[in-house]
Design a protein around this ligand. Structure first.
Ligand SMILES: [Ca+2]
Length: 188
């Protein structure tokens, strides 16, 4: 009997411990996600203005969800090294696809970093309404050309810079077919 009670105590102790660990991890992730979008943090490693510093790791997780309103949208993000920038487009404003005239990526004090970049996407439109609206049209520095997806959701667009860069701002120039909700993920 004593052995059975001991086993049950161990089992419940394990379950409670596991549940608490999950809750702690979820709490940390939620807090950091909000901070990354609402309150950009400068990585002190990059500032070089102090010999001593507390290391703050740049957590590279999705900025999500972001509510879109179309037109030109500027998304300020915490400084981080990135060579890939991915847009996960969740919901459409209209029954057509998603479409972007241009995606601009900036770092502190830099111009648009997409020169020499490449782009891929989940799909693109090639119809009489939008001929060869391929992903590269979103980074060709031409506001008269655009990438457009096929007419379903979700979709994604991924941009690869020629080399990792410090970035802190992404500007989306939407055609009429914008995303009402999307996420941005960066990686080195
Ligand atoms: Ca363009």
């Amino acid at each position: 009997m004593k052995q059975v009670i001991t086993q049950q105590v161990k089992m419940w102790g394990f379950l409670v411990g596991t549940l608490m660990s999950i809750l702690i991890v979820l709490s940390i992730l939620s807090t950091e996600s909000i901070q990354a979008y609402k309150s950009p943090v400068t990585d002190p490693k990059l500032s070089g203005d102090s010999e001593w510093y507390v290391y703050i790791p740049v957590i590279n997780k999705p900025l999500c969800p972001i509510s879109g309103s179309g037109g030109t949208e500027t998304v300020e993000i915490a400084e981080r090294n990135a060579s890939k920038i991915r847009l996960d487009l969740k919901t459409r404003a209209y029954q057509y696809g998603f479409s972007l005239w241009e995606v601009e990526i900036y770092g502190p004090g830099t111009g648009n970093l997409t020169s020499g970049a490449t782009a891929t996407a989940s799909s693109w439109e090639n119809t009489a309404y939008c001929i060869d609206c391929t992903p590269d049209k979103a980074i060709d520095h031409d506001m008269d050309t655009r990438w457009a997806s096929e007419f379903y959701e979700p979709q994604w667009l991924e941009i690869t810079l020629p080399s990792p860069q410090v970035i802190n701002r992404i500007v989306l120039n939407w055609e009429t077919a914008y995303a009402t909700e999307y996420c941005i993920t960066t990686s080195e």
